[in-house]
Design a protein around this ligand. Structure first.
Ligand code: NDP
Length: 256
């Protein structure tokens, strides 16, 4: 029973920013559960390496160079996926960046860049996969939020705005597309050890220890922590779960 509930054999997943960090952790989970995976990112070498890594474990995987802020690149990514694998069942909107500055120092180009990469991209990709999911009789969309979907961030206002927005966009798509059997959920990572946070730890003194002290699980998250939630939200196990925002944070968000 459990095997069938979580089986993704025959399913096709697109993971934006799947060439490293949390996206790669999710891609590995989806591939291990049987899905064919399309890794999308701007860095061709890194994306090729991630797809090769998945193929080496026996999965079907390709990489596509795509800037998810660019509508025509997103259309090409979807077209290539359908040409290669014939369908799209799962979309993980994971690509993201941060620019750490307080609101009074952030310029409009920086604001636009963060909002476009973290939030507008989810709109572009979700809209682009919708026809293929509808044609397949349903689908699963997973959007990546953050603890800053919940808390304010004085050092990252555009990031927090984008991640708050992603939760409301998730709820809106969940409502709009429930009748098409498309479930749309958000995952809110706590503090996870990736390239993104390596830079944060260099820039913010004491961050490493502050996170440890504030996290009930008393550790930073690993990218492998995202395999299970990706499989759950992509499989029939979650067919009645939609519009949620699920923290994967070792208890960070419930610590008083
Ligand atoms: P990484 O920096 O390791 O990964 C970010 C990924 O996004 C890369 O694969 C990058 O690929 C891709 N990307 C960035 N911009 C674009 C773009 N314009 N087009 C296509 N791909 C793009 O960071 P994380 O794994 O940490 O972050 C992944 C997601 O998780 C982000 O949305 C982030 O905000 C979120 N998150 C992370 C947390 C953490 O603690 N690490 C906490 C909460 C949320 P490429 O450079 O090849 O384009």
């Amino acid at each position: 029973m459990a095997g069938l509930l979580f089986d993704l054999a025959g399913k096709v997943a697109v993971v934006t920013g799947g060439n490293g960090g949390i996206g790669l952790g999710m891609a590995r989970g989806l591939a291990a559960a049987g899905a064919a995976v399309v890794i999308a990112g701007r860095n061709e070498a890194k994306s090729n390496a991630a797809a090769a890594d998945l193929r080496q474990s026996g999965a079907k995987a390709i990489s596509v160079v795509a800037d998810v802020t660019d509508k025509s690149a997103v259309a090409a990514m979807v077209e290539r996926t359908v040409r290669e694998f014939g369908r799209i069942d799962i979309l993980v909107n994971n690509a993201g960046i941060n620019i750490r500055k307080p609101p009074h120092s952030l310029d409009i180009a920086e604001w636009d860049s963060v909002i476009r990469t973290n939030l507008t991209s989810a709109f572009l990709c979700s809209q682009a996969v919708y026809p293929a999911m509808k044609a397949a009789g349903g689908g699963k969309i997973i959007n990546i939020g953050s603890m800053m979907s919940i808390f304010g961030a004085g050092f990252a206002p555009a990031y927090a705005a984008s991640k708050g927005g992603i939760v409301q966009f998730t709820r809106s798509c969940a409502v709009a597309w429930a009748g098409d059997n498309i479930q749309v959920n958000a995952v809110l990572p706590g503090w996870i050890d990736t390239d993104l946070t390596k830079r944060a730890r260099q820039e913010i003194a004491g961050l490493h220890d502050k996170v440890l002290a504030r996290t009930p699980a008393a550790r930073w998250g690993e990218i492998a922590d995202f395999a299970g939630i990706a499989v759950f939200l992509s499989s029939s196990a979650s067919d009645f779960v939609t519009g949620t925002a699920i923290p994967v944070d070792g208890g960070f968000s419930v610590m008083g």
